[in-house]
Design a protein around this ligand. Structure first.
Ligand code: UD1
Length: 354
Protein backbone atom coordinates (compact mmCIF):
# COMPACT_ATOMS: atom_id res chain seq x y z
CA UNK A 1 0.00 0.00 0.00
CA UNK A 2 1.18 3.53 -0.65
CA UNK A 3 1.03 5.68 2.49
CA UNK A 4 1.77 9.37 2.86
CA UNK A 5 2.77 10.27 6.44
CA UNK A 6 2.66 13.92 7.42
CA UNK A 7 4.81 15.46 10.18
CA UNK A 8 5.94 18.98 10.95
CA UNK A 9 6.74 19.50 14.61
CA UNK A 10 9.06 18.10 17.23
CA UNK A 11 6.47 15.84 18.94
CA UNK A 12 5.33 14.44 15.59
CA UNK A 13 8.87 13.41 14.73
CA UNK A 14 9.02 11.44 17.98
CA UNK A 15 5.62 9.86 17.31
CA UNK A 16 6.46 8.75 13.76
CA UNK A 17 9.97 7.50 14.53
CA UNK A 18 9.26 3.80 14.99
CA UNK A 19 5.97 3.46 13.13
CA UNK A 20 7.60 4.81 10.00
CA UNK A 21 10.16 1.98 10.00
CA UNK A 22 7.49 -0.58 10.83
CA UNK A 23 5.29 0.50 7.93
CA UNK A 24 8.20 0.42 5.50
CA UNK A 25 8.59 -3.32 6.08
CA UNK A 26 5.38 -3.96 4.15
CA UNK A 27 4.39 -0.74 2.46
CA UNK A 28 5.70 2.20 0.46
CA UNK A 29 5.83 5.22 2.78
CA UNK A 30 6.27 8.78 1.55
CA UNK A 31 7.24 11.13 4.39
CA UNK A 32 6.21 14.79 4.17
CA UNK A 33 7.64 17.41 6.56
CA UNK A 34 5.64 20.62 6.56
CA UNK A 35 8.49 22.60 8.13
CA UNK A 36 6.29 23.96 10.95
CA UNK A 37 9.36 23.41 13.10
CA UNK A 38 12.60 24.21 11.32
CA UNK A 39 15.38 24.97 13.84
CA UNK A 40 18.04 22.26 14.15
CA UNK A 41 17.14 21.67 17.80
CA UNK A 42 13.42 21.45 16.99
CA UNK A 43 13.62 19.20 13.95
CA UNK A 44 16.87 17.94 12.39
CA UNK A 45 18.33 16.57 15.63
CA UNK A 46 15.34 14.22 15.93
CA UNK A 47 15.94 12.81 12.44
CA UNK A 48 19.56 12.16 13.40
CA UNK A 49 18.99 10.67 16.85
CA UNK A 50 15.88 8.63 16.11
CA UNK A 51 17.08 7.54 12.65
CA UNK A 52 13.88 8.78 11.05
CA UNK A 53 13.86 8.31 7.26
CA UNK A 54 14.59 11.54 5.36
CA UNK A 55 11.45 13.35 4.21
CA UNK A 56 10.53 12.85 0.57
CA UNK A 57 8.98 16.31 0.60
CA UNK A 58 10.06 19.27 2.76
CA UNK A 59 7.49 22.01 2.43
CA UNK A 60 9.43 24.64 4.43
CA UNK A 61 6.30 26.46 5.59
CA UNK A 62 7.77 27.88 8.81
CA UNK A 63 6.08 30.06 11.41
CA UNK A 64 3.17 32.45 11.01
CA UNK A 65 -0.40 33.13 12.10
CA UNK A 66 -2.56 30.02 12.37
CA UNK A 67 -4.78 30.69 9.35
CA UNK A 68 -1.83 31.52 7.13
CA UNK A 69 0.27 28.60 8.36
CA UNK A 70 -2.53 26.05 8.03
CA UNK A 71 -3.60 27.47 4.66
CA UNK A 72 -0.10 27.28 3.20
CA UNK A 73 0.21 23.71 4.38
CA UNK A 74 -3.19 22.81 2.97
CA UNK A 75 -2.33 24.10 -0.50
CA UNK A 76 1.08 22.47 -0.65
CA UNK A 77 -0.09 19.19 0.83
CA UNK A 78 -2.93 19.03 -1.67
CA UNK A 79 -0.39 19.18 -4.52
CA UNK A 80 1.74 16.44 -2.96
CA UNK A 81 -1.28 14.21 -2.40
CA UNK A 82 -2.56 14.76 -5.94
CA UNK A 83 0.83 13.77 -7.29
CA UNK A 84 1.40 10.76 -5.03
CA UNK A 85 -2.17 9.42 -4.96
CA UNK A 86 -1.70 7.42 -1.74
CA UNK A 87 -4.19 4.86 -0.47
CA UNK A 88 -3.79 6.14 3.08
CA UNK A 89 -2.71 9.41 4.68
CA UNK A 90 -1.29 9.20 8.18
CA UNK A 91 -1.40 12.16 10.56
CA UNK A 92 -0.07 12.46 14.11
CA UNK A 93 -1.16 14.38 17.20
CA UNK A 94 -2.85 17.76 17.25
CA UNK A 95 -0.81 20.44 15.54
CA UNK A 96 -1.62 22.66 12.59
CA UNK A 97 0.32 20.16 10.45
CA UNK A 98 -2.08 17.42 11.62
CA UNK A 99 -5.15 19.42 10.71
CA UNK A 100 -3.81 20.54 7.34
CA UNK A 101 -2.80 16.99 6.43
CA UNK A 102 -6.13 15.49 7.39
CA UNK A 103 -8.13 18.22 5.69
CA UNK A 104 -6.16 18.15 2.44
CA UNK A 105 -6.55 14.36 2.29
CA UNK A 106 -10.23 14.24 3.21
CA UNK A 107 -11.09 16.88 0.57
CA UNK A 108 -9.41 14.67 -2.01
CA UNK A 109 -11.46 11.77 -0.66
CA UNK A 110 -8.38 9.95 0.52
CA UNK A 111 -8.52 7.71 3.56
CA UNK A 112 -7.10 9.42 6.65
CA UNK A 113 -5.65 7.67 9.70
CA UNK A 114 -5.06 9.65 12.89
CA UNK A 115 -2.46 8.48 15.39
CA UNK A 116 -3.19 9.77 18.91
CA UNK A 117 -6.88 10.17 18.20
CA UNK A 118 -9.67 10.89 20.68
CA UNK A 119 -7.78 13.14 23.08
CA UNK A 120 -9.86 15.96 24.51
CA UNK A 121 -9.11 18.78 26.92
CA UNK A 122 -12.64 20.18 26.38
CA UNK A 123 -11.03 23.58 26.03
CA UNK A 124 -11.72 25.11 22.65
CA UNK A 125 -9.43 28.06 23.36
CA UNK A 126 -6.53 25.67 22.68
CA UNK A 127 -5.61 25.53 18.98
CA UNK A 128 -4.72 21.87 19.52
CA UNK A 129 -8.26 21.02 20.68
CA UNK A 130 -9.73 22.39 17.46
CA UNK A 131 -7.15 20.49 15.43
CA UNK A 132 -7.93 17.25 17.27
CA UNK A 133 -11.69 17.45 17.03
CA UNK A 134 -11.71 18.21 13.29
CA UNK A 135 -9.04 15.65 12.48
CA UNK A 136 -10.87 12.87 14.32
CA UNK A 137 -14.14 13.69 12.58
CA UNK A 138 -12.63 13.45 9.10
CA UNK A 139 -10.50 10.37 9.76
CA UNK A 140 -11.51 6.86 8.70
CA UNK A 141 -9.13 5.31 11.20
CA UNK A 142 -8.64 6.61 14.73
CA UNK A 143 -5.77 5.05 16.66
CA UNK A 144 -6.37 5.83 20.34
CA UNK A 145 -3.62 5.81 22.96
CA UNK A 146 -5.98 5.44 25.93
CA UNK A 147 -9.39 3.99 26.77
CA UNK A 148 -10.57 7.50 27.68
CA UNK A 149 -9.80 8.56 24.11
CA UNK A 150 -12.02 5.77 22.75
CA UNK A 151 -14.84 6.92 25.04
CA UNK A 152 -14.41 10.55 24.00
CA UNK A 153 -14.84 9.55 20.35
CA UNK A 154 -17.85 7.40 21.14
CA UNK A 155 -19.50 10.38 22.86
CA UNK A 156 -19.06 12.33 19.63
CA UNK A 157 -20.58 9.53 17.58
CA UNK A 158 -17.30 8.19 16.20
CA UNK A 159 -17.44 4.43 16.67
CA UNK A 160 -16.27 2.84 13.43
CA UNK A 161 -12.59 2.64 12.59
CA UNK A 162 -11.69 3.30 16.23
CA UNK A 163 -8.85 1.21 17.66
CA UNK A 164 -7.31 1.27 21.12
CA UNK A 165 -3.64 0.56 20.47
CA UNK A 166 -1.68 2.27 23.26
CA UNK A 167 0.71 5.14 22.82
CA UNK A 168 3.42 5.17 20.15
CA UNK A 169 5.42 7.54 22.37
CA UNK A 170 5.79 4.72 24.89
CA UNK A 171 7.25 2.47 22.18
CA UNK A 172 9.77 5.16 21.30
CA UNK A 173 10.68 5.83 24.92
CA UNK A 174 11.26 2.16 25.70
CA UNK A 175 13.36 1.65 22.60
CA UNK A 176 15.52 4.71 23.21
CA UNK A 177 16.03 4.66 26.97
CA UNK A 178 19.00 2.29 26.78
CA UNK A 179 20.58 4.31 23.97
CA UNK A 180 20.02 7.48 25.99
CA UNK A 181 21.56 5.86 29.10
CA UNK A 182 24.67 5.00 27.09
CA UNK A 183 25.01 8.07 24.94
CA UNK A 184 23.72 11.10 26.80
CA UNK A 185 26.15 13.00 29.02
CA UNK A 186 23.81 15.88 29.79
CA UNK A 187 23.52 15.24 33.54
CA UNK A 188 27.30 14.81 34.00
CA UNK A 189 28.03 17.85 31.85
CA UNK A 190 25.65 19.99 33.88
CA UNK A 191 26.79 18.49 37.19
CA UNK A 192 23.25 17.37 38.05
CA UNK A 193 22.65 15.08 41.01
CA UNK A 194 19.90 12.48 40.63
CA UNK A 195 16.53 13.63 42.01
CA UNK A 196 18.08 16.85 43.20
CA UNK A 197 16.73 19.23 40.55
CA UNK A 198 13.50 20.16 38.77
CA UNK A 199 12.87 20.43 35.03
CA UNK A 200 10.46 22.92 33.53
CA UNK A 201 9.20 23.34 29.97
CA UNK A 202 6.67 25.91 28.74
CA UNK A 203 5.45 26.55 25.22
CA UNK A 204 1.64 26.83 25.18
CA UNK A 205 0.43 30.19 23.88
CA UNK A 206 -1.89 30.42 26.93
CA UNK A 207 1.24 30.64 29.11
CA UNK A 208 3.86 32.17 26.82
CA UNK A 209 1.74 34.88 25.22
CA UNK A 210 0.39 36.10 28.56
CA UNK A 211 2.58 38.33 30.72
CA UNK A 212 0.77 37.62 34.00
CA UNK A 213 0.89 33.85 33.64
CA UNK A 214 4.48 33.73 32.47
CA UNK A 215 5.60 36.11 35.24
CA UNK A 216 3.67 34.11 37.85
CA UNK A 217 5.41 30.87 36.84
CA UNK A 218 8.84 32.53 36.88
CA UNK A 219 8.15 34.10 40.27
CA UNK A 220 7.07 30.73 41.71
CA UNK A 221 10.42 29.27 40.68
CA UNK A 222 12.25 32.03 42.52
CA UNK A 223 10.50 31.01 45.74
CA UNK A 224 11.82 27.43 45.78
CA UNK A 225 15.31 26.63 46.95
CA UNK A 226 15.95 24.13 44.19
CA UNK A 227 17.93 24.01 40.99
CA UNK A 228 15.54 24.25 38.02
CA UNK A 229 16.62 23.32 34.49
CA UNK A 230 14.62 25.15 31.84
CA UNK A 231 15.08 24.10 28.19
CA UNK A 232 13.65 27.03 26.26
CA UNK A 233 11.20 26.53 23.41
CA UNK A 234 11.73 29.28 20.77
CA UNK A 235 8.29 30.73 21.47
CA UNK A 236 9.03 30.99 25.20
CA UNK A 237 12.41 32.56 24.57
CA UNK A 238 10.77 35.15 22.33
CA UNK A 239 8.12 36.13 24.88
CA UNK A 240 10.47 36.20 27.87
CA UNK A 241 12.39 38.74 25.86
CA UNK A 242 9.36 40.69 24.60
CA UNK A 243 7.94 40.97 28.15
CA UNK A 244 11.31 41.92 29.64
CA UNK A 245 11.15 38.86 31.90
CA UNK A 246 14.65 37.55 31.21
CA UNK A 247 15.98 39.79 34.00
CA UNK A 248 13.45 38.31 36.41
CA UNK A 249 14.73 34.75 35.95
CA UNK A 250 16.11 33.81 39.38
CA UNK A 251 19.64 32.46 39.93
CA UNK A 252 18.43 28.93 40.70
CA UNK A 253 16.89 28.64 37.23
CA UNK A 254 19.21 27.58 34.44
CA UNK A 255 18.04 28.42 30.94
CA UNK A 256 19.32 26.07 28.24
CA UNK A 257 18.68 25.48 24.53
CA UNK A 258 15.99 22.96 23.52
CA UNK A 259 17.43 19.45 23.90
CA UNK A 260 17.42 16.46 21.58
CA UNK A 261 15.41 13.40 22.53
CA UNK A 262 18.22 11.38 24.12
CA UNK A 263 19.39 14.22 26.39
CA UNK A 264 15.83 15.16 27.28
CA UNK A 265 15.10 11.59 28.40
CA UNK A 266 18.07 11.65 30.79
CA UNK A 267 17.25 15.10 32.08
CA UNK A 268 13.64 14.09 32.79
CA UNK A 269 14.50 10.70 34.24
CA UNK A 270 16.88 12.21 36.79
CA UNK A 271 14.53 15.01 37.84
CA UNK A 272 12.79 15.09 41.20
CA UNK A 273 9.71 16.57 39.54
CA UNK A 274 8.80 18.00 36.15
CA UNK A 275 6.79 21.16 35.55
CA UNK A 276 5.30 21.47 32.07
CA UNK A 277 2.47 22.60 29.86
CA UNK A 278 3.35 20.03 27.19
CA UNK A 279 1.06 17.09 26.51
CA UNK A 280 3.88 14.72 25.58
CA UNK A 281 5.99 15.49 28.62
CA UNK A 282 3.09 14.79 31.01
CA UNK A 283 2.99 11.28 29.57
CA UNK A 284 6.73 10.80 29.47
CA UNK A 285 6.99 11.87 33.12
CA UNK A 286 4.45 9.20 34.04
CA UNK A 287 6.19 6.59 31.89
CA UNK A 288 9.43 7.29 33.79
CA UNK A 289 7.67 7.50 37.19
CA UNK A 290 8.56 11.15 37.70
CA UNK A 291 5.87 13.34 39.33
CA UNK A 292 4.48 16.00 37.02
CA UNK A 293 3.12 19.45 37.84
CA UNK A 294 1.10 20.61 34.86
CA UNK A 295 0.98 24.33 34.22
CA UNK A 296 -2.48 24.19 32.69
CA UNK A 297 -6.07 24.26 33.91
CA UNK A 298 -6.99 21.04 32.08
CA UNK A 299 -5.34 18.05 30.44
CA UNK A 300 -6.07 15.41 27.82
CA UNK A 301 -4.15 12.90 29.90
CA UNK A 302 -6.68 12.70 32.73
CA UNK A 303 -5.56 9.22 33.79
CA UNK A 304 -2.19 10.55 34.96
CA UNK A 305 -4.04 12.97 37.27
CA UNK A 306 -6.46 10.30 38.50
CA UNK A 307 -3.51 8.07 39.43
CA UNK A 308 -1.90 10.90 41.40
CA UNK A 309 1.22 11.27 39.24
CA UNK A 310 0.14 14.57 37.73
CA UNK A 311 -1.48 17.69 39.21
CA UNK A 312 -3.02 20.65 37.42
CA UNK A 313 -1.94 23.99 38.86
CA UNK A 314 -2.48 26.46 36.01
CA UNK A 315 -0.11 29.37 36.41
CA UNK A 316 -1.01 29.90 40.08
CA UNK A 317 2.17 30.83 41.94
CA UNK A 318 1.08 29.48 45.32
CA UNK A 319 -0.18 26.20 43.86
CA UNK A 320 3.07 25.70 41.97
CA UNK A 321 5.13 26.26 45.11
CA UNK A 322 2.82 23.99 47.13
CA UNK A 323 3.06 21.11 44.64
CA UNK A 324 6.81 21.38 44.34
CA UNK A 325 6.92 20.59 48.05
CA UNK A 326 4.06 18.06 48.11
CA UNK A 327 4.36 14.26 48.32
CA UNK A 328 3.58 12.21 45.20
CA UNK A 329 3.11 8.46 44.73
CA UNK A 330 6.21 6.32 44.68
CA UNK A 331 4.83 3.21 42.94
CA UNK A 332 2.68 2.78 39.84
CA UNK A 333 -0.25 0.40 39.76
CA UNK A 334 -0.16 -0.41 36.05
CA UNK A 335 0.69 1.25 32.79
CA UNK A 336 -1.78 3.66 31.29
CA UNK A 337 -0.21 3.83 27.85
CA UNK A 338 -0.20 0.24 26.69
CA UNK A 339 2.60 -2.28 26.38
CA UNK A 340 5.03 -0.46 24.13
CA UNK A 341 3.72 -2.24 21.04
CA UNK A 342 1.37 0.43 19.68
CA UNK A 343 3.32 0.69 16.43
CA UNK A 344 2.93 -3.05 15.81
CA UNK A 345 -0.80 -2.92 16.40
CA UNK A 346 -1.21 0.08 14.10
CA UNK A 347 0.88 -1.53 11.35
CA UNK A 348 -1.15 -4.75 11.64
CA UNK A 349 -4.48 -2.91 11.32
CA UNK A 350 -3.18 -0.93 8.34
CA UNK A 351 -1.88 -4.15 6.76
CA UNK A 352 -5.36 -5.66 6.96
CA UNK A 353 -7.04 -2.77 5.15
CA UNK A 354 -8.35 -3.41 1.68
C1 UD1 B 1 3.40 23.60 18.02
C2 UD1 B 1 2.02 22.96 18.14
C3 UD1 B 1 1.84 22.40 19.54
C4 UD1 B 1 2.99 21.46 19.90
C5 UD1 B 1 4.29 22.23 19.75
C6 UD1 B 1 5.49 21.38 20.09
C7 UD1 B 1 0.22 23.98 16.83
C8 UD1 B 1 -0.95 24.86 16.87
N1 UD1 B 1 0.96 23.94 17.96
O1 UD1 B 1 3.44 24.73 18.86
O2 UD1 B 1 0.63 21.67 19.58
O3 UD1 B 1 2.83 21.04 21.23
O4 UD1 B 1 4.40 22.66 18.39
O5 UD1 B 1 6.62 22.22 20.19
O6 UD1 B 1 0.47 23.37 15.82
N2 UD1 B 1 9.81 28.70 16.27
C9 UD1 B 1 11.17 28.78 16.02
N3 UD1 B 1 11.78 27.69 15.49
C10 UD1 B 1 11.12 26.54 15.20
C11 UD1 B 1 9.74 26.47 15.48
C12 UD1 B 1 9.11 27.55 16.02
O7 UD1 B 1 11.80 29.79 16.25
O8 UD1 B 1 11.77 25.58 14.73
C13 UD1 B 1 9.15 29.84 16.90
C14 UD1 B 1 8.55 30.82 15.97
O9 UD1 B 1 8.89 32.09 16.39
C15 UD1 B 1 7.05 30.62 16.11
C16 UD1 B 1 6.91 30.01 17.47
O10 UD1 B 1 8.14 29.37 17.77
O11 UD1 B 1 6.35 31.81 16.00
C17 UD1 B 1 5.80 29.00 17.55
O12 UD1 B 1 5.95 27.94 16.63
P1 UD1 B 1 4.69 27.12 16.08
O13 UD1 B 1 5.17 25.98 15.29
O14 UD1 B 1 3.72 28.03 15.43
O15 UD1 B 1 3.96 26.58 17.36
P2 UD1 B 1 4.52 25.89 18.66
O16 UD1 B 1 4.34 26.88 19.74
O17 UD1 B 1 5.87 25.27 18.50
Amino acid sequence: MKIVSIVGTRPQLIKCALLSHELRKEHEEILVHTGQHYDHTMSEIFFEELLIPRPDYSLNIGSGPHGWQTGEMLAKLESVLQLEKPELVLTYGDTNSTLAGALAAAKLQLRVAHVEAGLRSFDRTMPEEINRVITDHISSLCFCPTVTAVMNLSREGIITGVHYVGDVMYDVLLQNMKISNNKSRICQMMGLKRKDYLVITIHRPSNTDNFDRLASIIDALSMVAKLVIFPLHPRTKKFLDVYGLLDRIPRNVKLIEPLGYLDMLQLMKGAEKILTDSGGIQKEAYMMSVPCITLRDNTEWVETVEEGWNVLVGADKDRIIEEIGAPFPTKKTGNLFGNGDARLKIAKIIGELN
